[in-house]
Design a protein around this ligand. Structure first.
Ligand code: GDS
Length: 214
């Protein structure tokens, strides 16, 4: 049985980034899918440190907060494999955190629109989206290394890839006027293990969000 266990709702949500990271790194994990009606009973919620999922287990080590989980995996795989998912040195690690924080800003903005303001807020969100994407476009066109930081993939790249994929569902063609972002998303999606993951039934059949909006 794989050491890693992801406990989450049956959606992509805040877990598809870590799933892509794990898949790309050749790791296996177990999915512990929690139906929402079971969650609503409250027993599991009461055991979660912040009352929310995802919960991530590595053997007897348990972690909450999706971005902390990403950083844990970035460090773990960097050490084991002598090629880091967290930059090559402390400065690159800090820059990677900075990039991921910006991904988190966009994810939160997206989640608020999806869960709290879809009917009224979707059009304005899409109107403002080029302003958000243009920042990442500039970063990627300035960095000739092909990634957000340096010349190797980091945990923040998996986060940005997930955001680009879900935003292309929300607003098809939204990256078309951003050549660096478009080719970055295509290039990362074509990495053999990510391609297999994206083509898997497990990924394709998972709704993006818990309320059916996308
Ligand atoms: N910071 C945490 C992390 O990164 O891990 C956020 C974790 C989180 O939001 N978990 C959600 C959860 O456990 C599922 S992600 N919800 C059940 C509960 O709270 O009891 N979150 C803000 C965010 O992503 O930071 C949200 O907007 C979540 N929405 C996204 S799903 C409501 C509805 O359908 O409107 N029943 C649930 C809304 C909700 O949890």
């Amino acid at each position: 049985m794989p050491a890693y266990v992801i406990t989450y709702f049956g959606v992509r949500g805040r877990c598809e980034t870590m799933r892509m990271l794990l898949a790309d790194q050749g790791q296996e994990w177990k999915e512990n899918v929690i139906p929402f009606d079971i969650w609503m009973k409250g027993d599991l919620k009461a055991t979660c440190v912040f009352g929310q999922l995802p919960k991530f287990e590595d053997g007897d080590f348990t972690l909450y907060q999706s971005n902390a989980i990403l950083r844990y995996l970035a460090r773990a795989h960097g050490k084991r494999r002598l090629r880091s998912l967290y930059g090559k040195d402390d400065k690159q690690a800090a820059l990677t955190d900075m990039m991921n924080d910006s991904c988190e800003d966009l994810r939160l903005k997206y989640a608020r629109m999806i869960y709290q303001d879809y009917e009224n807020g979707k059009a304005k969100y899409i109107e403002d989206l080029p302003g958000d994407l243009s920042k990442f476009e500039k970063i990627l066109s300035d960095n000739k290394g092909g990634f957000l930081v340096g010349d190797q993939i980091s945990y923040a790249d998996y986060h940005l890839l997930d955001l680009l994929l879900i935003h292309q569902v929300l607003s098809p063609g939204c990256v078309d006027s951003f050549p660096a972002l478009k080719s970055y998303a295509e290039r990362l999606s074509a990495r053999p293990k990510i391609k297999d993951f994206l083509e898997s039934e497990a990924h394709k059949s998972r709704p993006i969000n818990g309320n059916g909006k996308q």
